[in-house]
Ligand binder design. Structure first.
Ligand code: JFZ
Length: 576
């Protein structure tokens, strides 16, 4: 029974404080599966019998494991919390569990408790220790039952008795994680398909009873009203500005795998990782960045070098990330991202845009008291040297336009930061404004959705045109990498603006695999719906009718992720 009310809300707000300030954490997927080197789902994929899988434990001896090294690496990266797999779907406990001998102390020659060593090191170094726990899927236990992912190759489904697992393994193990490892920052539950509302609430209450300040992520349940303290987005999923009505976190892989996969060499570049951290923070989320240690207990060199590179950036510019609030604009800027701290606006500018000598920002209604470049080294000569800013008021449309002249050399090649100290809290124009590039970006998350006819629901926006011209109407969608566009795209999409209508069955006119908002397992698809003329400045309405426009529930959970997800509509200026 939830006793919601001012006291409870205050407790919840207080509980979340450290997490909201932290912004950046380390995810660790480590288990027996590292011996195969084929990831944490290999037991299921290969239907490995429990008796065979158990033999892995006899040769799991991660002698290279060093808690001080792991925590030092997380700290060097600028991470504030560590979420380690205590028990993944294979049922093996990576800590000394009294409730199942299938654990790292009792079943392996290693005989040490790495989670105990990590918890102690985190306490010494001031990081929050957190645990991932697969509370519904368990391929080792004969009675675990998930909606879809069960070990039916050893245990016939009809012979399973869920509560034998739930009351004798899942709940007791969560209790020992909450009573034997000191203060726990959060429990990261996962894949709750099939768990009832009653059992969802029971697990939430169970955590609260043992550590009231321990946070719970949304994957504790598939029922929206039992979704813990914050939203875990889908793997590698970065939402749009304002898409999620709750605090959220993107779990992200460094390559394409969670558990150690020796063949997976599709590593994200350090530059891309820094831009994603910046982008996630500017949208108000946390980034939980994953490593998959080997069976010997060390973190792959490729992961280490990337975390250290991110750390070299956060150590210089973390002021623009930690304990900040999201951009007050509900659309992305061409040149980068924005975060806020009290009355300071941070402009986080991607390298290639710095070299253009200046950037523009429309719709900031504040006066600027001081503008300067974060040098990342307070002793630098240039530190806080005033920048030249020009503010112009576009009377025709009532718009404040800002131009900032940038010095020739950027402090950092990947992302450099300009700080704007304002005359008060940021106050921005709430309209959808044409960007300085001439384009207009309209996120579906902010559309007004009306139920439509057979062509699908209708998304609508109003926007402000400053510089008229000729525009391509472009639909942006995310497609899961293993889905064929043509298999899902049969219906015409219709866009209407300035008295003109364009329509077509969208094609893949451009496919991007890596942008600040999109990475594996998604691909960003741009589809040109047609071309329109807008000849006068002023306010316009635009409508998009498509089967992919969904009713807004205010609660986006990734497991509802369709193979294709509409993200935004853009007017891309092609001619004055
Ligand atoms: C789950 C696990 O199955 C996986 O092994 C890993 O631990 C990952 C972090 O979490 O995989 C999921 C679960 C949910 C979604 C995607 C992958 N989702 O909701 O999009």
């Amino acid at each position: 029974m939830s006793l919601s009310g001012p006291v409870i809300e205050a407790q919840e707000a207080d509980r979340m404080q450290w997490w909201k300030a932290a912004k950046f954490g380390l995810f660790v997927h480590w288990g027996l599966y590292a011996l195969h080197g084929k990831g944490e789902w290999h037991m299921s994929g290969a239907k490995i019998p429990v008796k065979e899988y158990e033999k892995l434990a006899e040769r799991f001896n991660p002698v290279k494991f060093d808690a001080r090294e792991w925590v030092a690496l997380a700290k060097a990266a600028g991470m504030k919390y560590i979420v380690v797999t205590a028990k993944h779907h294979d049922g093996f406990a990576m800590y000394h569990s009294e409730h199942d001998p299938f654990n790292i102390v009792d079943a392996t020659p290693f005989r040490r408790d790495p989670l105990k060593e990590l918890a102690e090191e985190c306490q010494r170094e001031g990081l929050r220790m957190c645990f991932y726990y697969s509370h519904v899927i368990d391929w080792h236990h004969p009675h675990a039952i998930h909606e879809f992912y069960n070990n039916t190759w050893d245990y016939p489904l009809e012979e399973k008795a869920f509560y034998a697992y739930w009351n004798r393994k899942a709940k007791p193990q969560v209790k020992e994680l909450l009573t034997k490892y000191g203060p726990v920052g959060l429990i990261w539950f996962d894949t709750a398909g099939g768990l009832s509302k009653k059992d969802s609430q029971e697990m939430i209450d169970w955590v609260r009873d043992h550590q009231p300040t321990c946070l719970i992520n949304s994957r504790v349940s598939h029922w929206p009203q039992y979704a813990g303290d914050y939203s875990s987005k889908g793997d590698n999923e970065i939402p749009m500005h304002g898409e999620d009505s709750r605090p959220w976190e993107t779990p992200m892989t460094l390559n394409d795998s969670w558990g150690y996969q020796n063949k997976d060499q599709s590593w994200k570049s350090s530059e891309a990782l820094i831009r994603k951290l910046v982008h996630v923070a500017s949208k108000g989320g946390n980034l939980l960045l994953n490593v998959g240690p080997t069976a010997e207990g060390d973190i792959p060199d490729e992961s280490v070098e990337r975390l250290k590179a991110v750390g070299r950036w956060t150590s210089r510019f973390g002021e623009a990330i930690y304990d900040t609030t999201p951009s007050p604009f509900h659309y992305e800027q061409e040149w980068g991202a924005i975060t806020v701290r009290d009355t300071t606006l941070y402009l986080l500018i991607h390298g290639p845009y710095w070299s253009k000598g200046g950037i523009d920002l429309y719709g900031l209604n504040n006066a600027i008291r001081h503008a300067y470049v974060l040098q990342g080294d307070e002793d630098a000569d240039e530190a806080r040297k005033p920048l030249s800013v020009q503010q112009h008021y576009h009377a025709a449309v009532g718009l404040h336009q800002l131009h900032i002249t940038l010095p020739p050399s950027a402090p950092d090649d990947v992302v450099s930061v300009v700080a704007l100290e304002l005359d008060g809290k940021p106050h921005v124009d709430p309209r959808w404004l044409q960007l300085p590039t001439g384009d207009i970006r309209l996120d579906i998350a902010h559309a007004e959705v009306k139920s439509g006819g057979e062509a699908g629901n209708e998304a609508g926006w109003s926007f402000t045109m400053l510089e008229p011209g000729e525009f391509d109407v472009v639909m942006i969608a995310f497609k899961r990498f293993n889905q064929e566009w043509s298999a899902h795209c049969h219906q015409e999409v219709i866009a209407t603006v300035a008295g003109q209508q364009v329509s077509c069955i969208p094609a893949v006119d451009k496919l991007l695999e890596d942008t600040p908002t999109c990475q594996h397992p998604y691909e960003e698809v741009h589809s040109v719906l047609g071309r329109v003329q807008i000849r006068q400045p002023g306010e316009y309405d635009i409508r998009l009718q498509s089967a992919w426009v969904k009713e807004k529930t205010g609660f986006f959970e990734a497991w509802q992720a369709a193979p294709i997800r509409l993200r935004s509509l853009q007017l891309v200026k092609v001619a004055p």
